[in-house]
Design a protein. Structure first.
Lengths: 134, 172
């Protein structure tokens, strides 16, 4: 009879022979299933990463800072009585509507240049500028 | 003794695993899933559009005139509607290069500081639709210097004041 014999007499008792032919295939199966697990894990995490990225991108107040900077600089061109009124308007509205602390110094004339300090902080992003007119 | 009968099966297993992984990789890459994290793309575009439109509206047409946005805030008595704002802002955000308009809705108001009772109040400007609360809206804002008599001003005459024009925008 060719090949392994199904039953071989070993001293009177019959013992089933251990078949280890396919062990590698089973191991490969494990490997493949594990790689699928890791792939799923990575895909699962990517949505979380996207969410936090989106939040941080939205949170950066680029337009707010530009806009505040623009209006603060323009306030320097007004007479001091108007400028004083705008000085109360801007920080109060910024705090109430934009949740941002905005302060700016009175415009100073130094060597024919107007100089002003602008400060912005919305709790996440802080911006400070020492502005000098041309 | 080591049995080497299964080597071909092993190689086949490797090949099958590679084919499956590559197929899965290509399928996952070919389709993009719109996740919650992607909403910022359309949100930011809408916000940029609104900010740009407000910027355009707050630009003077010539040296001796005032900007349309400033004119709208100044000429709208508190508690009334300004349809001129709707015509201009609605056009700026909804015009497309092809014929037909986009479907962006908005509601606009401006906030001012009441000197008398030290509070920030809002005044309505115009809206294309009323807010129902279910919209996924973004906010675009613009600081505007206006010459206007606002509630709480002790002086009767119009004074230079800074107000914040706020627009909520959403698609429906």
């Amino acid at each position: 009879m060719a090949g392994a014999e199904p039953h071989r007499s070993c001293g009177g008792a019959d013992v089933a022979r251990l078949n280890d032919d396919a062990q590698w295939i089973i191991l490969m199966g494990f490997l493949v299933s594990f790689s699928f697990f890791f792939l799923a894990l990575v895909i699962n995490q990517s949505t979380v990463v996207g969410q936090t990225t989106a939040e941080s991108v939205i949170e950066f107040p680029k337009n707010d800072i530009r806009d505040i900077r623009g209006v603060v600089i323009s306030s320097a061109d007004y007479p001091s009585s108007d400028e004083a009124r705008m000085r109360t308007d801007i920080p109060a509205i910024a705090m109430s509507r934009k949740n941002a602390v905005v302060t700016f110094s009175s415009p100073l004339e130094i060597n024919n240049h107007t100089v002003m300090n602008i400060h912005y902080n919305n709790g996440v992003t802080e911006f400070d500028e020492n502005w000098t007119s041309l | 003794m080591l049995n080497t009968d299964g080597q071909l099966y092993t190689i086949e297993g490797f090949a099958a695993a590679l084919i499956m992984l590559i197929t899965a990789y290509m399928v996952v890459n070919a389709t993009s899933v719109y996740t919650a994290g992607d909403t910022h793309i359309s949100d930011m575009q809408l916000e940029a559009l609104g900010t740009d439109a407000l910027r355009v509206m707050d630009t003077k047409e010539s040296l001796n005139t005032i900007s349309p946005l400033r004119n709208m805030v100044e000429s709208t008595p508190i508690g009334t509607d300004n349809t001129t704002f709707g015509a201009m802002f609605g056009n700026l955000i909804n015009n497309r290069t092809t014929s037909g308009l986009d479907h962006i809705q908005y509601t606009a108001n401006y906030s001012y500081w009441n000197i008398d009772d030290n509070s920030v109040n809002s005044a309505f400007i115009n809206a294309s639709r009323n807010l129902s609360g279910g919209e996924h809206a973004v906010r675009a804002t613009k600081w505007v210097v206006v010459e206007k008599h606002l509630p709480g001003d002790s002086a009767w005459l119009a004074q230079n004041r800074t107000v914040l024009v706020e627009v909520l925008m959403w698609r429906d």
